[in-house]
Design a protein around this ligand. Structure first.
Ligand code: NDP
Length: 244
C-alpha cells in the first residue's frame, strides 16, 4: 500500500490553511496528484510555495456553477476530501439568517456540489473512489453558541450516510471524520479562551485537543484501500469525548 497514492488524483477542499493544508502537503508527499481548492489566492500561493506539484484551484465554494467549472479540467478525481467549512458562533437567541445561509452553503451544500461532479464522472468511467467528509464532534454533541455549526455538521453526517448508500453500488465509498477541537484558526475562534478550553479538555478522556496530524492520518486511512470495506461511518477523532 506504500505506493497506492501514486498516479491517483486527490481533491482537498479548504486546502488554504489548517487541516486541509497539512492534508494536501501529506498526500503530495505520498505521491498523489493534489488538487487544492480554497477561497483565498494568497493562502493557495503559500501552499504551492511549499510543494509546487500541488495544483491550486481558487474558487468560492458557495458559487455552485463556478465550483463545477473549476473542477472539470481536473477529472477524473478518485479521492476527495470535503474539508472546507466555516464557523460562526453566536448564542442561539442571536443567530441571524445570514449565518445559517453561509454555514449551510459552505459546510453542507458545497459537499453536494463537489461530490456530484466528481462521482458522476467516476461512474461514467467505471472507476472506484473514496470520499471523506470532514464533520466534527459537534455533529453529535451540543456545544454552547454552536447551534448553526452543530446543525450543519449533523447534516454532514446524514449526507454521508445517504451518499454511502447511493454511491456504494458504484464502488465509491463515503465516510466522515468527527474531530474534537484542533487549534487552527477555526479552532481558536471557539476555544482560545482558557476557561472554555479547560471545560472542554475536562470532557476529553485523553485530556488534550487534537493535533492537525491526529486528523490527517485517519483521513488518509479512509481514503486508502486499507479501509476497503468501511463505508458510511462517522469516525470520531476526539480522544474519547463522544464516548463519555
Ligand atoms: P480553517 O478555518 O483553518 O480552514 C478552513 C479552510 O476552508 C480555509 O482554507 C478556507 O479558505 C476554506 N474555505 C472556507 N470557506 C470557503 C469557501 N467559501 N470556498 C472555498 N474555501 C473555503 O479550518 P480547519 O482547518 O480548522 O477545519 C477544517 C475542517 O475541520 C472543517 O470542516 C472544520 O469544520 C473541521 N473541524 C475543525 C475543528 C477545529 O477545532 N479546528 C474541529 C472539528 C472539525 P481560505 O484559506 O481561503 O480562507
Amino acid at each position: 500500500t506504500e505506493n497506492e497514492f501514486h498516479n491517483k488524483t486527490v481533491c482537498v477542499t479548504g486546502a488554504g490553511r489548517g487541516i486541509g493544508k497539512a492534508l494536501a502537503l501529506r498526500l503530495a508527499e505520498l505521491g498523489a496528484k493534489v488538487i487544492a481548492i480554497s477561497k483565498s489566492d494568497e493562502n493557495l500561493k503559500q501552499l504551492v510555495a511549499l510543494n509546487n506539484k500541488i495544483s491550486p484551484v481558487c474558487v468560492d465554494l458557495c458559487d455552485w456553477n463556478a465550483t463545477k467549472e473549476a473542477i472539470k479540467p481536473h477529472l477524473p478525481i478518485q479521492l476527495l476530501v470535503n474539508n472546507a467549512a466555516v464557523a460562526i458562533l453566536h448564542p442561539f437567541l442571536e443567530v441571524k439568517p445570514e449565518d445559517f445561509d453561509v454555514l449551510f452553503n459552505v459546510n453542507v451544500r458545497s459537499i453536494i456540489c463537489v461530490s456530484q461532479e466528481i462521482a458522476r464522472d467516476l461512474i461514467e468511467r467505471k472507476l472506484p473512489g473514496s470520499i471523506v467528509n470532514v464533520s466534527s464532534q459537534a455533529s453529535a454533541a451540543g456545544l454552547k453558541d454552536h447551534s448553526i455549526y452543530c446543525s450543519s455538521k449533523a447534516a454532514v453526517d446524514g449526507l454521508t450516510r445517504v451518499m454511502a448508500l447511493e454511491l456504494g453500488p458504484h464502488n465509491i465509498r463515503v465516510n466522515s471524520v468527527q474531530p474534537t477541537v484542533v487549534l487552527t484558526e477555526m479552532g481558536r475562534i471557539g476555544w482560545s479562551d482558557e476557561k472554555k478550553a479547560a471545560g472542554m479538555l475536562s470532557k476529553i478522556p485523553l485530556h488534550r485537543f487534537a493535533e492537525v496530524d491526529d486528523v490527517v492520518e485517519p483521513i488518509i486511512y479512509l481514503l486508502s484501500n486499507r479501509s476497503a470495506m468501511i463505508n458510511g461511518v462517522g469516525l470520531p477523532i476526539d480522544g474519547g469525548f463522544l464516548a463519555t
